[in-house]
Design a protein around this ligand. Structure first.
Ligand code: ADP
Length: 262
């Protein structure tokens, strides 16, 4: 098992394999993401893109290989005098996981709480932030996502696009260093997609967050990505800046995939 650490990478996957039973979803994946880099993962359904984000959220565990974040082991933790790596336990992971925010396809807001309370909840309960401070920060973030006037509304009164913008504010409220976006517009009616993508463009433009994004929205991917990775069967088929990967890909499979979603 690799134990080397390389300072400077924000995220590093070293020979990461993930299996579900007989199904090898990721097969010895090597992947590095630099601080502040915006990386978009594209590829056919089932190629392992979401699994990568879920491994970083520790919603799944690696079968083999190591994930590092900020140059430290993340999937594993050093144990004993020799610093041998063993699978990370909850106590090791809890403070590190806070550094990573995720927005899902489904918004998963707390329906019984106001919009403001949704955004304040984790900073108060997880970080122990003072309520006034958390509320001020939440209002600021609701401003960023264009929902300052909805602070007291209940999520059920909002459109899907507005709910997703609240979910973005909620993820940012934890001041993550890494933001994971998993098909955040896939559950939205087409006319609501643009407002969410515009907010994310603003977030990308106004922060130095490292972002990993799974999306089928190639216009958005072109605007925000430093690098696009094309996945196929758990491996990176090819990668490059948007203009290369979207306009002049090396592989027929990439061309076919892009043709199928345009
Ligand atoms: P993508 O995001 O590229 O569509 P996923 O990472 O969601 O791909 O899924 C990759 C493969 O892993 C699929 O074959 C899927 O069925 C399988 N898979 C994902 N999560 C689970 C799970 N919890 N249990 C079993 N199989 C899973």
């Amino acid at each position: 098992m690799p134990t080397d650490t390389r300072p400077g990478d924000k995220v590093r996957f070293t020979r990461v394999t993930k299996r579900f039973g007989e199904n090898t979803v990721l097969d010895g994946l090597d992947l590095t993401v630099a601080p502040g880099e915006r990386v978009t993962l594209i590829g056919p359904s089932g190629s392992g893109k979401t699994t990568i984000l879920r491994l970083l959220m520790t919603l799944e565990r690696v079968t083999d290989g190591v994930i590092q974040v900020d140059g430290e082991p993340f999937s594993h933790m050093p144990a004993g005098a020799g610093g041998k790596l063993v699978p990370a336990n909850e106590r090791y992971l809890a403070p590190r996981r806070r550094h990573i925010g995720m927005v899902f396809q489904q918004f998963n807001l707390f329906p019984h709480m106001s919009v403001l309370a949704n955004v304040m909840e984790a900073p108060v309960n997880v970080l122990g932030l003072d309520k006034d401070e958390a509320a001020a920060r939440a209002r600021e973030l609701l401003g960023l996502v264009g929902l300052a006037d909805k602070a007291d509304a209940h999520p059920t009164r909002l459109s899907g696009g507005q709910q997703q913008r609240v979910a973005i504010a909620r993820a940012l409220a934890m001041r993550p260093g890494i933001l994971l976006l998993d098909e955040v517009t896939s559950a939205l009616d087409p006319e609501l997609v643009a407002e969410v993508l515009d907010v994310l463009r603003d977030v990308a433009g106004s922060t130095d967050l490292t972002m990993l994004c799974v999306t089928h929205e190639m216009g958005f991917a072109r605007d925000v990505s430093d690098r696009i990775l094309m996945f196929d069967e758990g491996r990176v088929l090819e990668s490059g800046p948007p203009e290369k990967l979207l306009d002049a890909p090396d592989h027929d499979r990439t061309r076919t995939f892009l043709g199928s979603i345009r």
